[in-house]
Design a protein around this ligand. Sequence first.
Ligand code: G1P
Length: 307
Amino acid sequence: MVVRKAVIPAAGLGTRFLPITKAMPKEMLPIIDRPVIQYVVEEAIASGIDDLIIITGRNKRAIEDYFDDSPELEMHLRGKNNDKMLKVVQDVSSLIDIHYIRQKEPRGLGDAILKAEKHIGNEPFAVLLGDDIIVDTVPCTGQLIDVFNRTNGSVIAVNEVPPENVSSYGIIQSHVINPSLHQVEDIVEKPRIEEAPSLLGAMGRYVLTSGIFECLEEVPPGVGGEVQLTDAIKSLCKREPVYAFHFNGRRYDTGDRFGYVQAIIDFALSNEEIGEKMRGHLLRAINEKSLNWPSVQGALRCTSNFE
Ligand code: G1P
């Protein structure tokens, strides 16, 4: 079966990124001039997905507005003969047809995915977490679809994580098929280092068979009292083969302040318009210790959680 549907869960409260996420979805945080979720949507499209479901929640209206037409703005730009910006704006709303489903309560990633069951039906589908950006010449989801086409089994994108970070990820236990492909024997959500079965962490991209829905319906709430996708995958791999693919590419966890700033810096450095200026600025900033400038310190005074 062809993988043509994808789910982007974007209903999380963004507590790691408060206070900005009080009023703005974390998926809408900008990387230069476009929101994080646009990179995720574009990865899905580049991977051959043509039917996209975004799971949203309260306070997430900005996501729907962003991918919608903007007649007034377009009329304004047309009136000003600003064809360049008109195209930029229209390109966003014509990317792909998106269906939105609301998760009424934040009951976890697994529960969010279960909301898409009726729309997905019996087809295999991709899951792209809405705050992970993965950059690669071949899109990560496309790499997973390729593995799915060869194996006919669900696939999780994994990468090795430093021991101190295993408690932030779903960590797999597996046997090696070849250096980039493993068969999953078990997966544990956010284990303590002593309990981690390996250092291979799930990285926010999955291709799943519809068998996952039955598992999601059965699993009790897990870590944090939430229905965990990881716990459903744990059941799935006992019923049918589930693979882990060691993907190529660079991942940014933009739901984390450090990962977000890393993404901005790297994207700015490779941006045609501002890349060179950014490079100069960074070198100067490091040499001049510009963070000691009074103006920057003043601006940081009220953001005490930015350590
Ligand atoms: C989620 C998953 C976790 C996975 C991680 C990747 O956790 O539950 O298994 O490893 O995404 O980003 P979250 O980061 O949403 O807490």
